[in-house]
Design a protein around this ligand. Sequence first.
Ligand code: ADP
Length: 529
Amino acid sequence: MATLQGTPILILKEGTQRTVGRDAQRMNIMAVRVIAEAVRSTLGPRGMDKMLVDSLGDVVITNDGVTILKEMDVEHPAAKMVIEVAKTQENEVGDGTTTAVVIAGELLKKAEELLDADIHPTVIAKGYRLAAEKAMEILDSIAIEVNRDDDELLKKIAATAMTGKGAEVAINKLADIAVRAVKIVAEEVNGKIEVDTDNVKIEKRTGASVEDSELIEGIVIDKEVVHPGMPKRVKNAKILVLNAALEVKETETDAKIRITDPDMLQRFIEQEEKMIKEMVDKIVEAGANVVFCQKGIDDLAQYYLAKAGVLAVRRVKKSDIEKIAKACGARILTDLRDLKPEDLGEAELVEEKKVGDEKMVFITGCKNPKAVTILIRGGTEHVVEEIARGVEDAVKVVAAALEDGKVVAGGGAPEIEVSLRIKEWAPSLGGREQLAAEAFAAALEIIPKSLAENAGLDPIDILVELKSKHEQGNVYAGIDVYNGKVVDMRELGVLEPLRVKKQAIKSATEVATMILRIDDVIAAKALEK
Ligand code: ADP
């Protein structure tokens, strides 16, 4: 029998890197902690901003956790998992991304200490999971009911989501806009309120102050009327929504047409003109006086449309086409030959207006009134972008608060309450899981601690005061970051949807336990760039 001794057996492809056991764990934990540390200084209204510069030199200035993480070019697989968590948090509940990432980082930091004390990762993961379940119960028990008609309260929720995102200058106005927008699109389905935040469109334009931002009951698109001869204002609009080009299609195969005399050329051109004229006639006959086209509109088609008094806009974004169709009750047509009058949508007014330096098209009085646009204004591109991110979060949290009817206080109050109660409950677990649950409780303190630090306050003093107030039964005691005091957050009006807090703790726990369970990293050789 031949001996295998001395012949290495390659199971993995050459160049594959493998890290196992504690090394793998340490490496992953370190990667997550670095990410968490990077966003921690942005937490809360007094958090700092980050300036991100991409490989093309474009600059984004933001305080928004998920934006920072999306823009960072992260290589490490564990770090990428955390970024996914932030994205999920953003998509599911619209806010609390920084909170989720910071908690995940701290959970792993505490886990490392337990690992050093020889506690098995699966025990830690189990303890964390149980503690997270308990945290959900505790959060439910301290949640505050929202009266859905209490607009002032809803505005406070909106303002809490926007603070720290440069919106302070016009926070009342923006909060009011966000609440009104959500209330318009909210629907009652089987006695429950549902809000499709996709119906709230956000458009941005520089050249005015943030105060000039406005809510439009209808749809605004960042385009202009395609031909100067067309009307700029059409009342009782009958709207054709088209996702094909208004031009004579080029043949798909390479065809040559041999033209032998001038008459033939003339006939050829006339034929093309005729086809275009027929298209426009068809549109006019169907009764349309407005056309939104996702693709191009031929010069000649523009001319005929203008002659017929039709307002047309070309190269409208696909997402806008869908929104217009939904709001106006139009069918999106791919082929003009199918056009029937009932395919057209309706709106009271379609109008081109100058906003800032450029024009925009406003579609108001739509058949389906549950479509609104928030037009964000601001001095510069960076301001407008950051405000828009804040308003987007505000819309989502107001929607969440309306749907669930429940909020919690902010400013670190829920984290401290949950932390204290989990500490009390942990001994009932017994076994080593108790240690993990205690570590979980301690990890939650990172939120009030960071809020205090970012506001330039002493975190130790603040934490001591917070704990003592909570132990005396002040469930809503949190940090007033502007005055450096511990106060009742409900009275201060710092409120967040219950859903945001629950999801932040849930996703942080999920990612932390997932990373803890990994003890083997097998990485293929990176492709040469
Ligand atoms: P996230 O991406 O997690 O939402 P933010 O930077 O928006 O991160 O900060 C949210 C934290 O700031 C929450 O814990 C919230 O309660 C707190 N917060 C917001 N506004 C205030 C305020 N006016 N006073 C104290 N804390 C606040």
